[in-house]
Design a protein around this ligand. Structure first.
Ligand SMILES: *Cc1c(COP(=O)(O)O)cnc(C)c1O
Length: 502
């Protein structure tokens, strides 16, 4: 008989055929309770139609409006009583095609320039479909989907030049990754006691630092970590839009003199407002000297490392203690696919790992393969976000994804030039990456530009969003979608100029 010990290094041999079969006969099945199709061929045809329809949607996306408001009838049709009885798949799909698909966010469309949204890819879509079929739970245990997630970690480490011991975890998005980063930094500052006894007096003295351009999820992360949002000091920016390091040094000295304990600096690689990048190398130097945790919010900007001409802006990112970023923005992976990378994997595990009898680890069998992803974050059950990411990275290759990132920056430069050449328009911030903030110079510009944004969105021609820069309401075009071309930006400007009039 083959046994595991005769099978050096390889997987243990299958033993099932050596187990005697039961001698009783199975009683007849009283009735079906499973949820699998009764008509597999019909279901298969329906499934192929659904796949075709969604591929048609992506292929023909340019023929649709960027976004359209949902009509009251469609909204009303989605309000239904509890579905107590079964309905045919074809009918549900028809409702989806009628009431959901036309009124989606719009970010698949090349005219979508609002906020910072990725465009998604066909390879990612297909990966997501396959993940749905596998129904894998990536909290832990020993199986291939976990190996795929580990492969992504190895690639992420290589991309950002992090050491072997660095750990990583897929999460919903950078909001969550920033929160987990703060928790790891808090654990590093306060030791094991923070996990058993809570913050205590020491915890309440912790202070963190970032520029005023930091994303709002960072103060919220400090709030959720029990430190209070005010534990984050939001400091002035230097002329280029990055964190003002003199202001940081001053704040550290002030806070120490007042009895606070600085523990964390959050650098931003690509601010959400303008795409400004902090001087990450200088922050890394300062954090090393002052023994502070250096976390980088690189939600979209971190992946600029894939674009050779932009990578220099991120110098120092490889020295972060932790890095949060999204595959679902510039990485074009379908939502959601956020990621946290932590240099000191042991500290990462020490922040979250919790023993439990029912999660006991073994060296063989399904409970092997420790550590598990559940040791690195708050989730136990987790989906297979890694698969759509694996498909996307492999199907396009990092060079092509980097080229797409470079192209979106080149498009931003094009838009910037067109704005500068249009007397009615005014550029409101430098354009280091892919975000362009501008406005119409007409009368009462704040109200006018807010109105323009809504009108352009409702026209379906393009979808900018707004922000406020130095007290001025700005139209904001974040070019993230790999499908966006010059003509989409021309259409945006035409719409802005035309809709400013009435
Ligand atoms: C988008 C963004 C976030 C939030 O990321 P989510 O994936 O939406 O949670 C945080 N920081 C910056 C700079 C962002 O652009």
């Amino acid at each position: 008989m083959e046994g595991p010990d005769m099978n050096e290094g390889g997987p243990p041999a299958r033993l099932w055929h050596t187990v005697p079969q039961p001698s009783w006969s199975t009683p007849p099945d009283p009735g079906r309770s499973d949820l699998d199709p009764e008509d597999w061929p019909g279901t298969r045809r329906q499934a192929h139609r659904m796949l075709d329809d969604i591929l048609d949607y992506v292929e023909g996306i340019r023929s649709r409006p960027t976004w359209q408001p949902m009509p009251a009838e469609a909204r009303a049709r989605l309000r239904e009583p509890l579905p107590l009885q079964a309905a045919p798949l074809a009918e549900i799909h028809a409702a989806f095609l009628r009431d959901v698909l036309p009124y989606a966010t719009g970010n698949v469309h090349p005219g979508f320039l609002g906020w910072v949204h990725g465009g998604g890819t066909v390879a990612g879509l297909l990966g997501e479909m396959l993940a749905g079929g596998l129904n894998a739970n990536l909290g832990g245990r020993d199986h291939a989907p976990i190996e795929v997630e580990r492969q992504i970690l190895a690639w992420v480490r290589e991309i950002f030049r992090f050491p072997e011991g660095a750990s990583g975890l897929f999460v919903t998005g950078t909001s969550m990754a920033n929160f987990l980063g703060v928790l790891v930094a808090r654990r590093a500052a306060l030791g094991e006691a923070v996990r058993t006894e809570g913050l205590g007096a020491d915890g309440l003295r912790l202070r963190a630092y970032a520029s005023r351009a930091v994303h709002s999820c960072v103060p919220r992360a400090l709030d959720m970590a029990g430190l209070g949002a005010q534990a984050l000091r939001q400091l002035p920016t230097a002329p280029g839009g990055g964190l003002d390091l003199d202001a940081l040094r001053l704040a550290l000295a002030e806070d120490r003199a007042a009895g606070f304990q600085p523990f964390l600096v959050v650098g931003t690689a690509g601010t959400v407002d303008t795409g400004a990048v902090d001087d990450l190398a200088a922050i890394a130097d300062l954090c090393a000297r002052e023994e502070l945790w250096f976390h980088v919010d690189g939600a979209f900007g971190a992946l600029a490392i894939l674009a050779p001409a932009r990578a220099g802006l991120l110098r120092g990112i490889e020295r972060a203690d932790s890095l949060a970023f999204d595959f679902h923005k510039w990485g074009q992976v379908p939502y959601d696919a956020g990621y946290l990378l932590v240099r000191d994997g042991d500290m990462h595990r020490a922040t979250f790992a919790t023993p439990a009898a029912y999660l006991r680890r073994e060296t063989r069998g399904m409970a092997a393969g420790s550590p598990w992803p559940t040791d690195l974050g708050p989730d136990l059950s987790r989906g297979f976000r890694a698969l759509k990411t694996w498909f996307t990275l492999k199907a396009y290759g990092l060079e092509r994804l980097g080229h797409t990132i470079e192209e979106t920056c080149a498009l931003a430069t094009y838009l910037e030039a067109r704005i500068k050449a249009t007397p009615e328009l005014e550029l409101l911030a430098p354009v280091p990456l892919n975000i362009v903030c501008f406005r119409h110079r007409g009368e009462d510009p704040d109200a006018l530009n807010a109105r323009i944004a809504v009108r352009v969105q409702e026209s379906g021609l393009a979808a900018p969003s707004t922000t406020v820069l130095n007290g001025k309401l700005a139209l904001r075009a974040a070019i993230v979608n790999h499908r966006t071309r010059r003509e989409d930006l021309d259409r945006l400007l035409q719409a802005v100029l035309a809709l400013a009039k009435d």
